[in-house]
Ligand binder design. Structure first.
Ligand SMILES: [Zn+2]
Length: 283
C-alpha cells in the first residue's frame, strides 16, 4: 500500500538465480537500458514491497520452444512459494510442436495468463502459428500480456495487433507499454476503444523523448480510459520507487488511481481460469 492504495505491479520479468544476470544483460542490450533490478524473485519482492507494492504479476519469455516447459514450471513453483504476493503468467513459443498443448499445460499449472514478446521471439503477433494458442485462450478466458510496439521492427505494431483483436474478439489482450512502445500516441490513435484490449503503462515515461511527458501519459490514459490501464514497472528495467513517484504525480482522481493501481489488474489477472481436461477437445 502507498498513500492508502493497494498496488499491483502487472508487468514483472523474473528469472532463475543462475541465469538472471545473463538474461537481464540481454534485455539491456536489446533496449539500450541499464536495469534497476537483478531480475530475481527475492529481489523483486524485496524492492517492490519496500515501495508498497502488494502483488506482482510475474512472467518470463521463452526465446526457443525448448524453454517453454521449464519456464512455466519455474513460474508455477515461484507462485507456489509466495502465493500471497505473486500471480504467474506462462510462456508459449510459436515454433513449438503443439502450442495448444502448451497452453493447456500452463493452465493446468494454475497460471493466470500468458506473456508473449513478438519482438524478442522474432515472430509477428499476427503470425498464424500463434492462432491455435489465441483460440484456446479465448475459450479458456486466459488473458495474454503482449509486448506491443517498436519503431525499429514490425512484429507487434498496431497493424499486427488489430487483426488479432478482430479475429479473436473474446481474447482478452493487455498491450504492454500503452499498446505501442516507442509509438505511444500512434498506437493509442489506432487501438483505443477496442473492447478486448487493455494496456499497461510500463516502460513509457523513461523512454519518452520530447514533449511534456506527464501530459503525454495523462493523455494516453484518457484516450484508452482509466478502466483500461494497468500499472506496471517492467521490472527489472525500472525501479518501483521511480515509477510510483511518477504515477502519483499524474493528474488523476483517487478513483482513477485505485482502478489503475490494482482494480483493473484484479479484473484481468485476478482469478485462475477454467482448466480443461486433456481429453476435452476445444479446437
Ligand atoms: Zn515485458
Amino acid at each position: 500500500m502507498r498513500n492508502g492504495f493497494e498496488i499491483w505491479d502487472a508487468h514483472c520479468h523474473v528469472y532463475p538465480e543462475k541465469i538472471a544476470a545473463r538474461a537481464v544483460a540481454g534485455t539491456d542490450a536489446f533496449y539500450s537500458t541499464v536495469a534497476a533490478g537483478r531480475g530475481t524473485i527475492p529481489d523483486l519482492i524485496a524492492a517492490g514491497t519496500a515501495c508498497g507494492v502488494d502483488k506482482f504479476v510475474v512472467q518470463s519469455v521463452a526465446t526457443t520452444p525448448k524453454q517453454v516447459a521449464s519456464i512455466n514450471r519455474f513460474i508455477a513453483e515461484a507462485v507456489a512459494a509466495a502465493p500471497e504476493q505473486l500471480i504467474g503468467l506462462g510462456t508459449i513459443h510459436p515454433a513449438a510442436e503443439d502450442i495448444a498443448a502448451d497452453v493447456r499445460d500452463l493452465a493446468a499449472l494454475g497460471l493466470h495468463g500468458i506473456k508473449i514478446h513478438p519482438d524478442i521471439q522474432g515472430y509477428r503477433i499476427d503470425d498464424p502459428l500463434f492462432f491455435p494458442a489465441y483460440a484456446l485462450c479465448e475459450k479458456l478466458d486466459l488473458p495474454i500480456l503482449m509486448h506491443t510496439g517498436d519503431s525499429r521492427y514490425d512484429y507487434s505494431n498496431p497493424n499486427r495487433l488489430l487483426p488479432v483483436l478482430q479475429k479473436f474478439p473474446h481474447l482478452r489482450v493487455v498491450g504492454a507499454h500503452f499498446g505501442g512502445w516507442s509509438i505511444w500516441e500512434e498506437a493509442a490513435e489506432k487501438l483505443a476503444g477496442i473492447p478486448n484490449l487493455w494496456v499497461d503503462c510500463s516502460s513509457t515515461m523513461p523512454f519518452m523523448k520530447g514533449g511534456n511527458k506527464k501530459e503525454r501519459v495523462e493523455n494516453l490514459i484518457r484516450k484508452y480510459g482509466v478502466d483500461r490501464v494497468l500499472f506496471g514497472t517492467d521490472y527489472p528495467m525500472w525501479s518501483h520507487r521511480q515509477e510510483l513517484d511518477f504515477f502519483f504525480e499524474l493528474d488523476l482522481t483517487d478513483e482513477d488511481r485505485r482502478a489503475i493501481l490494482s482494480e483493473n489488474a484484479k479484473k484481468v489477472y485476478g482469478s485462475p481460469k477454467k482448466v480443461l481436461k486433456k481429453e476435452e477437445s476445444v479446437i
